[in-house]
Design a protein around this ligand. Structure first.
Ligand SMILES: [Ca+2]
Length: 313
């Protein structure tokens, strides 16, 4: 429980790594202890050394790798494409899942301040939510969504989503889209709420579409792109292709549908066998929806599809 474990390179090749506080009452206070690596975001070189300029390098007793502290379980890291700021999401306990903008050396409060309560219902630290010297979250959820991997959208395929933050959600079973202005969240939409999948990560592909992976016995890879044409009269619908199965297509289903957004206003939904869809793909791509529809996706094992993701290495 609560190992964090998200990693992200910045444009200089410096590595951010998130660590959890292990979810136990006795390890929880370590989030505030700069002498440990629990409940932190650390910043290191490719060789594993503390990165130059780290905020606690000259602090007695502090681990020089530490970059920020007071985190519970950071599952998402992403860099804003315009500001270059690092953002994160982390789990609260019951209530209080957070989105934070990360600044070097700052204390993000756990477990001194939080908008969550214990899973059993008791307050945490007498319900304290604010304290001087500790950062407030940019945004938080109550009830929780269990935020996981996330990315800012910087592609050209869906211009209206530029610089929006997309977060895969586990217990929430959807993808959150956050509109951000002046470092504040000004809008939230929940995508694919009707799929009932646990979204583990969402990343932008080289083609400008978003790709999301789900865990569970029927793990799926979703591709979310924009439909250039109107489908069934729906204005500017989005096109979603997904396939499921246990790392193969033997148990796959393919779903092909158009919707204005993630909401359950599906205009059409057709289930086809993979073989049939491969045959139809060139026709569908030309006449139906998406100029970037790729047959290759359908023939490739899941691991090859994942290699399409544009990981920032
Ligand atoms: Ca916090």
């Amino acid at each position: 429980m609560h190992y964090g474990g998200r990693i992200l390179f910045d444009k200089n090749g410096t590595l951010f790594v998130s660590t959890g506080e292990r979810s136990a009452l006795e390890t929880r206070p370590k989030s505030q202890d700069l002498g440990t690596g629990l409940g932190k975001i650390v910043r290191i070189t490719k060789e594993g050394k503390p990165a130059a300029g780290n905020p606690f390098i000259n602090t007695a007793g502090a681990m020089p790798e530490n970059y920020t502290y007071g985190h519970r379980n950071v599952q998402g890291l992403a860099i804003h494409p315009e500001t270059g700021d690092l953002w994160e999401n982390e789990f609260g306990a019951r209530g209080g899942d957070e989105v934070n903008r990360i600044e070097a050396g700052k204390n993000y409060g756990w477990p001194i301040i939080t908008y969550s309560i214990e899973y059993g219902g008791q307050p945490i630290n007498n319900g304290l939510t604010q304290k001087e010297g500790m950062e407030q979250p940019v945004y938080y959820w109550d009830p929780v969504v269990s935020p996981s991997g996330m990315t800012f959208y910087s592609g050209d395929l869906i211009p209206e989503w530029k610089n929006n933050l997309f977060i895969g959600c586990l217990s929430g079973s959807h993808i959150v889209r956050l509109e951000i202005k002046d470092n504040k969240v000004v809008g939230e939409e929940r995508l694919l709420t009707d799929r009932q999948d646990r979204f583990r990560d969402v990343q932008q592909g080289k083609d400008g579409a978003l790709y999301a992976v789900c865990d569970g016995a029927h793990g799926k890879l979703y591709r979310i792109g924009k439909n250039k044409n109107s489908c069934n009269g729906a204005p500017a619908p989005f096109f979603v292709l997904y396939f499921g199965g246990r790392q193969s297509f033997h148990r796959s289903e393919l779903c092909y549908f158009c919707a204005k957004s993630s909401r359950s206003n599906l205009k059409s939904q057709i289930f086809l066998s993979p073989a049939v869809l491969v045959l139809l793909a060139p026709i569908l791509s030309k006449n139906w929806c998406n100029r970037d529809f790729r047959c290759g996706l359908l023939n490739a094992p899941l691991r090859n599809c994942l290699s399409l993701l544009n990981q920032p290495f």
